[in-house]
Design a protein around this ligand. Structure first.
Ligand code: HEC
Length: 88
């Protein structure tokens, strides 16, 4: 009995961690887009587009070359978000 309890607690924890991370990633992506991608133009410029992950990677890298301020981690979260939300 004790064994199963520990197992289910561990499993529940693992599952909630996955879910929470996913929700945070989605929120962060939207937040990063608004904060970092509306400096030179409105974020609508990105939202009106539909791109594959490769195309988003190319676009975001180009924006970073122009001066968009993103850490590697933020870039990854943003790419994830853009690729999922604005896909062809
Ligand atoms: C330093 C200023 C600057 C920042 C910050 C910036 N952009 Fe841009 N962006 C531009 C300029 C200038 C253009 C028009 C010229 C071009 O397309 O290269 C543009 C064009 C675009 C386009 C239309 C062209 C295309 O390739 O589809 C998209 C989409 C875009 N930006 C997305 C983003 C995203 C996403 C971010 C945040 C990571 C961002 N931009 C941040 C300057 C910026």
């Amino acid at each position: 009995m004790g064994k199963y309890l520990i197992l289910s607690v561990a499993l529940g924890f693992a599952l909630s961690t996955i879910l929470v991370t996913d929700v945070f990633a989605t929120e962060d992506g939207a937040t990063i887009l608004e904060a970092r991608c509306s400096v030179c133009h409105s974020s609508e410029r990105a939202k009106s587009k539909q791109k594959t992950p490769e195309q988003w990677e190319a676009t975001v890298s180009r924006m970073m070359a122009k001066g968009a301020q993103l850490t590697q981690e933020e870039k990854q979260i943003l790419l994830d978000y853009l690729s999922k939300t604005y896909k062809p």
